[in-house]
Design a protein around this ligand. Structure first.
Ligand code: S3P
Length: 170
């Protein structure tokens, strides 16, 4: 099995965090999330950062978090959904990592985020239209990943197993 970092990307609500945790316990590796690195460093929540300092500031601190995560060894890295927006982020992660895109449809995403109010970008009158718009705009960047894992109708266990199968053939 590779000793590279295992990088999980994908839209909000595609299952990155649960799949990262599952992989961490199956592979006995540590997991780090870019969002939690940011929250720890800023000592405030992602929501508060967006609200008080705006998205541009968030993207700046997100880049620092990506750099920190990319320099780790043999970690599972759970990336915030917008990490792929910055090509430099992807280049840093790719250097010592294998990048997976957990690809979910608008319907799957809407189902998964039901009742969750902690995502500033989706805190709008019509979240479904916003998900569709952002997903369309980001799709090509997500597909920069080394591997695409289908998330529609898939449990966390099956996504983790799909990723392990790929890693075993690397
Ligand atoms: C974002 C995704 C969020 C978080 C922030 C912005 C995005 O992470 O980083 O709200 O731009 O897609 P999750 O994908 O873990 O929800």
């Amino acid at each position: 099995m590779t000793d590279k970092n295992i990088i999980l990307t994908g839209f909000m609500g595609c299952g990155k965090t649960m799949t990262s945790n599952k992989l961490a316990s199956m592979l006995k590796r540590s997991v780090v999330s870019t969002d939690s690195l940011i929250e720890r460093k800023e000592n405030r929540s992602i929501e508060a950062i967006f609200k008080e300092s705006g998205e541009a500031y968030f993207r700046k601190v997100e880049k620092d978090a990506v750099r920190e995560a990319a320099n780790l060894k043999s970690y599972i890295v759970d990336c915030g959904g917008g990490v792929i927006l910055v090509p430099e982020n992807m280049a840093m992660l790719k250097k010592n990592g294998i990048i997976f895109y957990l690809k979910a449809s608008v319907e799957t995403i809407m189902n998964n985020i039901q009742g969750q109010a902690n995502r500033p970008l989706l805190n709008v009158a019509d979240p479904k239209a916003k998900v569709a718009e952002l997903l369309k705009a980001r799709e090509r960047s997500y597909e920069y990943a080394d591997y695409i894992i289908n998330a529609d109708g898939c449990s966390v266990d099956s996504m983790a197993n799909d990723i392990i199968k790929v890693l075993n053939n690397e």
